[in-house]
Design a protein around this ligand. Structure first.
Ligand code: ARG
Length: 589
């Protein structure tokens, strides 16, 4: 279905043309004064300059000719030249009935579906997932879901950090602990064991121990770090025994990462990582040299990316260090080479900490300059801010340590459980299960309701509250509607929606119709927070309507069915929208 704003504009265009004005002026917005009208067109103001007329005269011309249109209950010209519009109630009900009966609630399919890569998650293998990775997962998952639902071909890639120094650190720590392992026996010629020489529990302990050791300011610490660097380099050059250890690390760690992402209801289409880009690096570097883009600077190989219009001077992108090692940017560029080959995407979206902005500016510019991607390719960096504690500093455990994701989730679930038990409408057992859903909604909504680039304060009490702009409040609204529908004997509630009779009903109807517009705008602007704002507004409209209207005891059967259909539609819109945020609703709470 077309968006209401476009449908209204579609009616006004021929009228503008008929009156002798360019139809491009027939643009329609939601009214910012809902007390005066529902929609408005400000085109007369813009046209006034072009046609050297008073805006009010243009507006009056248009209104006079549009007055008989059955789509409008009211259309009027208001000083200095606004065109104010109220929809006809029948027409509005018809639109809602269209939404109710169409696939995806009448969402408009994109004219040109695009192939889109969403690069998010970015976990580092063998290091525990911590809250720093939370935002990438939550926001990226939402962007991916939005794109898919809108009808694009979307590929969500976790892009693991799986090729860095942590691998060398683990290898050397393992050597110190278990020197008898065949991987450390240079003369070993047999098959390496299938079984990993560590469990996930051990691995989780090995990495921090090794990392701490390498940071010690002693001869031992420095020597250990050097060994780790050498081991990393050997691994990256394909040294078999270390590659075998690497495979074990990957297998053990990935199983654990998947479990963690699953518990966040975050799912990737691709589990690729930096290691997958390695084969493309030599060719990439050669191409950059051949094209005359890469040059030597202080022993390193760099590509200039500065542009005249830059507000401040941007440093060149380093492609290869003086010791021959490839860098983060090289790996991201090589990944683009691979993605172009595999998917030829129209659009890339990277959901990464905003402190990496310069890195992505460099990568995007080199990719375009070198023709790795065409000039028309859309490349977006969605940089997110930090999740802070109430002290305004990055969120920590009460003891001041780095917060593990698992622990954060269990704390949120506990808080949600307490809130559910306060209501005491479900058994303890059910409350435990429901708390997982509600807790996750608190966590995700608390994050997504902020503009991604902003830092925000993680406030567990506020996020788990059933009141205010929170995930649990949205879920509570949905659950409430489900219970109304159940009270009516669980009938499918598929009677026709009738024109509204009350203000609260009208407001709810209008709110529902914004669905199409909001989903498209949220995706175009890569802004899940707009969906949050919408579900909050819609929830408020639902609760106001529900408060105002005795649905179940209504005697007029057609009226009752209309209301049931209306709240069901509202619920379907809410559930669809939160689904795009990666949030599910329980049946009771
Ligand atoms: N692993 C990186 C980190 O933890 C994030 C990866 C982001 N994605 C990318 N294509 N660089 O900082």
């Amino acid at each position: 279905m077309k968006k209401i704003l476009d449908l209204i504009a579609g009616e006004l265009k021929p009228v503008f043309a008929e009156c002798g004005y360019d139809e491009a002026y027939a643009k329609v917005n939601l009214s910012n004064r809902p007390d005066l009208c529902e929609y408005q067109c400000n085109g007369a103001m813009a046209a006034a300059k072009a046609y050297r007329k008073k805006p009010i005269d243009i507006a009056s011309d248009v209104v006079e000719k549009a007055a008989g249109n059955p789509m409008f209950a009211e259309i009027s010209a208001v000083m200095p030249g606004f065109i104010n519009i109220r929809l006809n109630g029948e027409w509005l009900a018809g639109y809602l009935n269209g939404m109710r009966t169409q696939e995806k609630l009448g969402l408009e399919a994109p004219e040109q579906p695009e192939t889109l890569i969403v690069d998010y998650g970015g976990a580092n293998v063998a290091k525990p997932l911590h809250v720093g990775h939370l935002r990438a997962a939550i926001i990226g998952e939402s962007v991916k879901r939005m794109g898919k639902f809108l009808g694009h071909h979307v590929i969500g890639d976790v892009h693991l950090g799986d090729w860095g120094l942590q691998m060398g650190l683990i290898i050397e720590e393992l050597r110190d602990r278990k020197p008898e392992l065949p991987y450390f026996d240079e003369g070993f010629t047999g098959e390496y064991p299938q079984e990993a020489p560590f469990t996930i529990g051990e691995l989780e302990e090995i990495y921090p121990a090794a990392s701490a050791k390498s940071k010690e300011d002693t001869d031992e610490g420095r020597a250990f770090k050097e060994r780790a660097q050498t081991a990393t380099f050997k691994l990256q050059s394909g040294y078999k025994p270390y590659y075998a250890i690497w495979q074990h690390i990957m297998k053990v760690s990935l199983a654990d990462l998947k479990k963690n992402y699953d518990s966040l209801n975050v799912h990737f289409d691709l589990w690729k990582g930096e290691s997958d880009a390695q084969p493309y690096i030599p060719g990439l570097i050669q191409e950059l040299i051949d094209k005359g883009l890469a040059y030597e600077s202080q022993g390193a190989l760099v590509v200039d990316i500065a542009e005249e219009t830059d507000a401040k001077e941007l440093p060149p992108c380093i492609i290869r260090k003086s010791d021959g090692a490839a860098l983060y940017a090289t790996s991201d560029l090589a990944t683009i080479v691979e993605r172009e080959r595999d998917f030829h995407p129209d659009h890339y979206i990277y959901v990464v900490d905003k402190r990496q902005e310069l890195h992505f500016t460099q990568v995007f510019r080199v990719a375009k300059k070198a023709g790795i991607v065409g000039p028309e390719r859309k490349m977006d960096f969605l940089g997110f801010g930090t999740m802070n504690g109430r002290d305004g500093k990055p969120y920590k455990t009460r003891e001041g340590g780095v917060m593990r994701l698992e622990r954060l989730i269990s704390e949120v679930n506990e808080a949600a459980y307490q809130k559910i038990m306060e209501n005491r409408t479900v058994s303890e057992e059910e409350a435990r299960e429901t708390a997982k859903i509600v807790g996750l909604s608190a966590l995700k909504y608390g994050d997504l309701s902020n503009q991604a680039a902003k830092d925000y304060v993680f406030d567990i009490d506020r996020f788990t509250s059933f009141e205010g702009n929170t995930g649990p409040y949205i879920l509570y609204t949905i659950v409430r509607i489900k219970s109304i529908l159940n009270k009516d004997g669980g009938q499918p509630a598929d009677g026709a929606i009738l024109p509204s009779v009350t203000e609260a009903e009208r407001a709810l109807q209008l709110e529902i119709t914004k669905y199409n517009e909001v989903l498209n705008a949220s995706f175009d602007e890569i802004a899940p927070h707009k969906i949050c704002q919408y579900v909050y507004d819609l929830s408020n409209a639902c609760n106001r309507f529900y408060h105002d209207t005795r649905i179940i005891t209504e005697e007029n059967q057609a009226q009752k069915e209309s209301w049931l259909s209306l709240v069901r539609l509202a619920k379907d819109v809410l559930e669809t929208c939160i689904g795009l945020l990666g949030i599910d609703a329980p049946d009771r709470m």
